[in-house]
Design a protein around this ligand. Structure first.
Ligand SMILES: Cc1cc2nc3c(=O)[nH]c(=O)nc-3n(C[C@H](O)[C@H](O)[C@H](O)COP(=O)(O)OP(=O)(O)OC[C@H]3O[C@@H](n4cnc5c(N)ncnc54)[C@H](O)[C@@H]3O)c2cc1C
Length: 219
């Protein structure tokens, strides 16, 4: 899988997303005079501690994701406050479809052989259906969950925090957990206070998140 951050909120004078959040947040008390270099850090940390998360909705990030399975995109698109545009199997020819192989399968030679043979059979069936004049939108019914897909995902920072909270978790399935860890790493680069480990201090599996943060996010 690979992800690419393709857009994120910036002020018209080049302000960082966290500065935009501060600008919005200070509207509450009209405390703009207290703004200065780095003042957003303390303010945002305070607001997140209070659970005053709606201010995070003023910043937004957009990613392009490639090479994840349809099993994974199906989980991702359950996040209703995010927006998505996904490669369509109705219009894209999938004769040479690529697929994700879970480690548990690639580590087992018998399982791997069976898996690959099944993929070849499905690709062959798909192609034959097209040859019989079946439309792509119907031939795709034989494509597996493992088929890779490309998707663009947009969400505000509050929703990104929520996605990370749920998906960078021991209980989450491995592929969406890996994907969400990559999101976290990129988001942490552009908004290090919002996406700091402290924002998850109340999480049930804080120690797991801490481990992931130290190994893969804060690098
Ligand atoms: C470990 C794990 C296992 C899962 N297993 C299953 C499963 O077996 N079957 C299954 O169907 N799903 C499963 N899911 C998906 C899960 O049920 C949610 O659909 C998904 O995680 C999106 O979460 P959400 O609704 O909190 O978030 P979002 O849709 O991203 O919404 C964000 C938040 O906005 C608020 N919100 C959004 N829409 C509404 C609304 N209509 N009304 C009120 N508040 C709203 C809620 O506070 C919500 O938490 C699983 C998820 C995880 C993390």
């Amino acid at each position: 899988m690979d992800i690419e951050l393709i857009a994120y909120t910036k002020g018209i004078n080049g302000e960082t997303p966290e500065k935009i959040i501060e600008l919005a947040a200070r509207t509450s008390y009209k405390s703009f005079s207290r703004m200065g270099e780095g003042t957003e850090k303390k303010l945002i940390a305070h607001l997140v501690r209070l659970g005053h998360l709606s201010v995070l909705e003023h910043a937004h990030a957009v990613f392009r994701v490639r090479g994840i399975s349809r099993a994974c995109t199906h989980q991702l698109v359950r996040h209703r406050l995010a927006s998505f545009t996904q490669e369509s199997q109705r219009y894209v020819n999938e004769e040479a479809f690529e697929y994700v192989i879970p480690d548990a399968i690639s580590d087992n030679p018998h399982a791997l052989e069976l898996f690959k043979k099944t993929m070849e059979t499905l690709a062959d069936t798909y192609k034959k259906l097209l040859d019989y004049g079946i439309k792509k939108e119907d031939a795709r019914f034989v494509l597996p969950n493992a088929t890779t897909s490309e998707i663009v995902v947009s969400a505000n920072f509050r929703e990104w925090l929520h996605i990370i909270e749920l998906r960078v978790s021991r209980e989450a399935q491995w592929e969406i957990r890996e994907l969400s860890t990559l999101f976290w790493r990129e988001l942490y680069k552009i908004a290090p206070v919002v996406f700091s480990l402290n924002s998850f201090s109340g999480a049930r599996d804080y120690s797991f998140k801490k481990e992931i943060f130290e190994k893969y996010v804060n690098i």
